[in-house]
Structure formats: structure tokens, C-alpha cells
Design a protein around this ligand. Sequence first.
Ligand code: CA
Length: 243
Amino acid sequence: MTAPGATVLVVEDDDETRAVLVRELGSRGYRIQEAADGQSALERWESSRPDVVLLDLGLPDMDGLEVIRRIRREAMTPIVILSGRYAEREKVEALERGADDYVTKPFGLEELHARLRVALRRAAGPGGDVGARITVGPLVFDVSRHEVAIDGRAVDLTPREFELLRVLLGEQGRVVTKGKLLRAVWGQAYQGEDSYVYVHVSQLRHKLAAADPDGALRDLIVTEPGVGYRVRAPDGGEPAAQT
Ligand code: CA
């Protein structure tokens, strides 16, 4: 199983290891961003919002734990650690700081793919299944393939619209504040720019409505006045947070 379309940020200062990772993950259909130190990793993450971060903890300019802390301050982007064989405390601390999983060096590529798949699946939220797909009525949101379809017909979303829908679907049944959407989709620098959220949610609703002539998804994204938005719970049932 592959994850075509998902973007992975590879953070590794060892050129040889990084080259192997970039080549192998690229051949499996991932889109790749790469960084050789902590500062450029944070800049890449801020500018491109990858789907998953593969992070070596031993970086030349910054402790990898600091990279986790800075990312977690803003978003729940899955982070998979590349760690030394006997660095148990390091792994535990990374996980306690919000990393999702780790791979021990030297790692097998199959193990690495498995960790990344699980991390991407977890990122899909409570509605995600083994294929990292979320289904709401006629809507199918495929995280790993970066595809959205209604009644089997693809819906063409911009990257921002896709991210917005992903964050909302990850919180099915729960309110998501505008601030959280801004931080997750645009980044900390856009704090207070609520109009970005209004405009993009409006565009997203129009695109979904155009692809949904039966109106089955009319109430998919509900506005919570003054707070944010709420995506309909699965099958119109109770909010996921209460189950
Ligand atoms: Ca290193």
C-alpha cells in the first residue's frame, strides 16, 4: 500500500541517509520536502504544511525536541522520529512532547512505510479507516490520495480548501474555532485574519454544493456563530466527542 500525494517533510542532516529517504519515499508516491537542519525544517513546515514530518532528533543547529515543540505549538501534523537504537529516553521524551511514533536507525524501509501510514491514518481523525478515507454520506475524503469525491465524482479543491476540509473532518461533530483553522491551515502568522477562513469556507461550500445536486451535503459544514464551524457527525449521529 502506498500513500500517493501525501507530502512528507524529511528532516535529516546526514546527506546519505536523507538521499535514501527521499529516493525511497519518492518512489512510493510521496511528495517530498527536505531539510538538513532544524531551522530550515521549521521554515519548510511553516511554508508548505506537509502531511507528515519524518524527523531526525540529532540536528546540527537545534535539538529535534525543540522542532517538535515548535510544531506542536501550532498544529497536530503527525511527526515520526528517526532515533538511535539505544536512545530510549530520547524517544520517550519525543513522544511525550507530541511525536506520534518513531523508527529506530538503522531502520527497514517497510517499517518506515508502516509508521508513516499509521501516522497519516491517525491524522485522519476518528472518521479515518485503514485506507485513511473519511466517508460522510456521498462524500469520500481520501487523505493519503489527496482526493475528494462526491458520488464517485472528483471534486477539484485548492490545497487550502483541502486542508480546511481535512481539519474539519478530523473533528467531526465537534466545533472547530476560526483560530484553530487559521493556525492549522495558514499558520501562526495569520492569527486574527478571520476573513481568510470565511472566504475559503464559502468557496469550499460552493464547490461541494455544485458537486452535490441532491443537496445531501447541504448541512455538512455548519456555522457556529462567533465561534467557528462544525462538520456534521458521521451518519448524522451524535457528536464523536460524546460517544
Ligand atoms: Ca543526525
